[in-house]
Write a protein that binds this ligand. Structure first.
Ligand SMILES: C[S@@+](CC[C@H](N)C(=O)[O-])C[C@H]1O[C@@H](n2cnc3c(N)ncnc32)[C@H](O)[C@@H]1O
Length: 413
């Protein structure tokens, strides 16, 4: 049991911006006393306020009636939970729509519920031991409820809709910034207030152009997956399948890398190399998710026979690349460049370049005889003669033929 949150500094700060940005259909998450929802109702066609607390819903409804606000309705719901329930439509009709005479609004909401503005003054403080108050504590670190909200908010927001949030320095601003980028949003700070113990921030958030593009393609659950030196990877679901989207990190100065990678994946896919490219656009591309282990983990988990088979398979793929006169680069240190499930899949082609003498195979020879890898292979009973491999790699470098590759294979045992 917890008390309904009485409006304070953060509420007043946010409500000023709510008045400015309200229009069309507005959702106020964690409505509490209903302060934001009522502020939004001045300019909006319809406002829905949700809260996890039944007491809050009661109080907010009373407050709206007192102020004679008609275009508003309040529903008990944890975040967007209400909108996901099958029963929700019926309840929604009975609780909200029956008072609305406007047919256009009714039709709109009966199809798919999308908002022009979503407001959230979340519980944002890090949890205090032993006290359970969902109106102020946002989880152990303070940002957990906000994280959950951001992971779903995009679904309920119109393409050009906006989100307004307020939070405190105690929630950790860098973490909030990181979360927003993880979910592919763009944002700007529109207000800041220094209080005695903390600072408060108001953010105006919208969908990035990449997010809009990906949503139009039917992608769901878009979330950051990994960060490389230059690239940023998102994972998502498309027709129930996991996929990966690669784009450039906004801060990266490297030019043309994504376009280069798209070009090479297209060529290499024809030779059954690389993850399957699904689609691409300006500055991004999407490919099938490759599940499996990176090469060293794979070696650690597998037996001699499997390891040798896999290493030969990698060599064969690299031979094709050498024959195409393309240098992948970084194959002397391919720790995150090869994923092995049933067979090895090479990833990361952003640095591919045409060259007369590609070094893919010679670099991979270097890798298998380098310190850590050699020790690991040794433990699995694969004893490599360093000098012999160096000599065979030199011979291959002079003449990049299948015959010279077979000679390297012959000492892999
Ligand atoms: C900081 S108060 C904000 C209240 C009001 N919007 C304001 O600006 O004053 C946070 C509100 O979020 C509600 N809340 C907490 N967790 C929630 C959840 N998972 N779903 C919906 N509301 C939640 C709390 O009950 C509380 O009313």
């Amino acid at each position: 049991m917890f008390e309904v949150y009485e409006p304070r500094e953060d509420s007043f700060m946010l409500s000023g911006h709510v008045k400015k940005y309200s229009k069309g259909f507005v959702l106020d998450v964690g409505t509490g006393s209903g302060i934001q929802a009522i502020a939004a109702s001045e300019k909006a066609k319809l406002v829905i306020g949700v809260d996890i607390s039944r007491d809050a819903i009661k109080l907010a409804t009373e407050n709206a009636i007192k102020q004679n606000v008609k275009n508003i309705c309040f529903l008990e719901s944890s975040l967007f939970g209400f909108f996901k329930k099958i029963e929700a439509k019926k309840q929604f009709k009975n609780n909200c729509l029956k008072n609305l005479k406007n047919k256009k609004i009714q039709n709109f909401l009966e199809k798919k519920i999308l908002f022009d503005l979503i407001i959230f003054n979340p519980p944002y403080l890090p949890q205090d031991e032993g006290i359970d108050d969902k109106s102020i504590y946002g989880g152990k670190k303070g940002h957990e409820t906000l994280n959950k909200f951001l992971s779903q908010a995009g679904y309920y927001l119109k393409e050009n809709g906006k989100i307004l949030i307020v939070f405190s320095s105690l929630t950790k601003k860098e973490k909030v910034d990181e979360l927003l980028k993880d979910y592919c949003f763009e944002f700007k700070q529109v207000d800041e207030k220094k209080l005695f113990f903390e600072s408060l921030f108001v953010y105006l958030i919208k969908k990035s152009s990449l997010l809009k593009t990906l949503e139009k393609k039917g992608l769901k659950n878009i979330k950051k997956f990994a960060r490389g030196n230059r690239g940023l990877l998102y994972k998502a679901i498309l027709k129930k399948k996991k996929i990966v989207i690669k784009t450039k990190k906004p801060e990266s100065k490297a030019k043309g890398r994504i376009a280069n990678e798209i070009r090479w994946i297209k060529i290499l896919n024809r030779h059954k190399i690389g993850p399957k490219l699904l689609f691409s656009g300006r500055g991004y591309f999407a490919y099938e998710f490759v599940k499996g282990d990176f090469i060293l983990d794979f070696i650690e988990k597998n037996n001699k026979e499997n390891i040798i088979k896999t290493i030969k398979n990698v060599f064969n793929q690299l031979y094709i690349m050498d024959s195409l006169k393309v240098d992948k680069e970084e194959m002397h240190h391919p720790l995150k460049h090869i994923i092995i499930d049933k067979k090895p899949v090479l990833i990361d082609f952003e640095r591919c370049k045409i060259t007369e003498k590609p070094k893919n195979i010679t670099q991979f020879c270097q890798f298998i005889i380098s310190g850590g890898t050699k020790v690991l292979l040794n433990q699995k009973g694969i004893k490599l003669n360093k000098d012999k491999i160096i000599n065979l790699a030199k011979a291959y470098k002079k003449e990049q033929t299948k015959e010279n590759l077979s000679k390297i294979f012959s000492i892999l045992n």
